[in-house]
Design a protein around this ligand. Structure first.
Ligand code: HEC
Ligand code: HEC
Length: 464
């Protein structure tokens, strides 16, 4: 019995830890300096270089339902970590109906030559892309049309939320919220989502990064599939001409691939010329990350290979990529055998990574009830979300003495200067008197950290 209660407690503790609902500004996740294999050379970061503080803000925004008009939808409603940031549904529900196209995976969006985003490449940069779902009438509803509020109304809403009054100054130096800052932060979070621990990457490491060599960690079947993927017709299927290894990003010059019905089956759409990276197109065990193509028409990889084996001849499609037109001037028929088709699908499965599906740095930082707690940070303004520990400093500003009183408890007190350097440290239970006579005048921070819990708080102290 005791054992059962104990394991129940352990389960509750794990659960509580997983949904920690806490952002610790003193212990940020590494977004900016993640390891990138040397053979990955394409990068569309541009001038918005990754910064852990700004990407952390981006993570909160990405998971925040406050970004939708009726507080029910976040980016993560349609881009779910457990599905490589895609959606198992063909069309995803937004605030006012379902999306016209399938939600795209957001894996390795950074590592691509193509800088235009969306299936039809209508966004000129990732920065321009990330605030469009917010301003879409169906997706998040701040469109400014159809009686919807607009993006400035959203900025007003966000300005009134306490954790953004902490996170914007932390990320950008002041509390001003603009569409541009939303773009920078969301784009940084999206660009941080990377996946380089697939069997393909393990294979690369074994062959000196030459992806044309047979991989020792692949089966013969998978190596055949790799060859078919890489070689152009008539020997291979020519996939690599458009989905280019080792990034597996789309060739910016690609036209459409002959998948032309719309997702709802009501018509045809010839404008889809972009694919997300084929990394994590499915899990390494073959489990789906959602249906494939802009219209979600193909549930499996074999359906995809069937499509390319015999590209349909659609009379109205004047945007079919010439690489998919056979020597007879008709959409290609590769005449692949069942074994060859299966080999290509087996190879595509090796592009699935592991860590990206569960790493906490890309996970939901909110509690199930929608709350979030911001702790740490060495700026006094972060106090307001943490009433658990109250700090009082008298007098403040001061010349040489200050009496610090705190909510009773066992704490460590640290005094740091404005650049975060530790100046003084002591333990404190109720109050402590600090002598500051020897310190130069300026701004300092009194940081109080609980000995028994992870609770921290800080307050600004001015020395004249
Ligand atoms: C209601 C579902 C939904 C929501 C909410 C949503 N998206 Fe999307 N997202 C989609 C769909 C569908 C597409 C493809 C749309 C198209 O191409 O027309 C897409 C495309 C994208 C792309 C382009 C990927 C690529 O490779 O071109 C990015 C990036 C993206 N979304 C990020 C976001 C961010 C950031 C948010 C939150 C601010 C968000 N999405 C909210 C459904 C959604
Ligand atoms: C001419 C360029 C081109 C070639 C060659 C090509 N593709 Fe594609 N591929 C695309 C485009 C463009 C899309 C997105 C089209 C859409 O959704 O309408 C796409 C989409 C896909 C998708 C779905 C991606 C997703 O996120 O849903 C898979 C899987 C895929 N291709 C695999 C292959 C394989 C396997 C081959 C070789 C047999 C191949 N492609 C050859 C251009 C190409």
């Amino acid at each position: 019995m005791k054992k059962i209660i104990f394991s129940l407690l352990a389960a509750v503790a794990t659960f509580a830890f997983f949904f920690s609902g806490t952002i610790d500004l003193d212990n940020l996740f590494n977004y900016a300096n993640q390891e990138i294999p040397s053979y990955i050379t394409r990068d569309n970061t541009g001038s918005n270089a990754l910064d852990d503080k700004i990407a952390t803000l981006g993570r909160v925004l990405f998971y925040d339902k406050s970004l939708s008009e009726d507080n029910t939808i976040s980016c993560s409603s349609c881009h779910q970590q457990a599905f490589a940031f895609s959606d198992p549904a063909v069309q995803s529900p937004g605030v006012a109906g379902v999306t016209g196209r399938h939600s795209m995976r957001l894996i390795n969006a950074r590592f691509a030559e193509e800088v235009h985003f969306f299936w039809d490449e209508r966004a000129a940069t990732l920065e321009q892309q990330v605030t469009q779902p917010i301003q879409d009438h169906i997706e998040m509803g701040y469109s400014g049309t159809n009686g919807d509020p607009d993006i400035n109304d959203l900025i007003d809403v966000l300005s009134g939320i306490d954790y953004y009054q902490q996170l914007f100054p932390f990320a950008f130096g002041d509390a001003t919220i603009t569409e541009e800052r939303l773009q920078l932060a969301l784009a940084q979070f999206v660009r941080s989502i990377q996946s380089f621990d697939s069997r393909f990457d393990q294979g690369m490491a074994q062959v000196n990064n030459d992806f044309t060599a047979p991989f020792p960690n692949y089966s013969t079947h998978e190596n055949h599939g790799k060859d078919f993927f890489l070689d152009p017709p008539p020997n291979g299927a020519g996939c690599a001409g458009c989905h280019r290894p080792p990034e597996f990003d789309i060739d910016p010059l690609s036209l459409n691939n002959g998948v032309v019905p719309t997702a709802d089956g009501s018509g045809f759409d010839y404008t889809n010329t972009r694919s997300p990276s084929l990394r994590d197109v499915v899990r390494s065990n073959g489990a789906t990350n959602g249906p494939l193509m802009h219209n979600g028409a193909f549930p499996t990889l074999l359906d995809v290979v069937e499509h390319y084996n015999q590209v349909p001849n659609h009379a109205g499609n004047n945007n079919l990529d010439p690489r998919l037109i056979g020597p007879n001037g008709l959409p290609q028929n590769l005449n692949l055998s069942p074994g060859q088709k299966d080999a290509i699908a087996s190879f595509l499965r090796t592009l699935g990574g592991f860590n990206v599906y569960t790493d906490e740095k890309w996970s939901d930082p909110f509690e199930p009830d929608g709350t979030i707690e911001i702790i740490g940070g060495n700026l006094g303004i972060y106090d307001l979300a943490r009433p658990e520990i109250e700090i009082d400093i008298v007098p403040n500003p001061t010349q040489d003495q200050a009496l610090i009183s705190v909510t009773p408890g066992e704490y460590e007190l640290r005094l740091t200067d404005s650049s975060g350097r530790l100046v003084y440290k002591c333990s404190i239970q109720n109050e402590a008197s600090l002598s500051l006579g020897h310190l130069s005048s300026g701004t300092y921070f009194v940081m109080i950290e609980s000995n028994s819990s992870a609770k921290k708080t800080s307050k600004k102290l001015i020395k004249n």
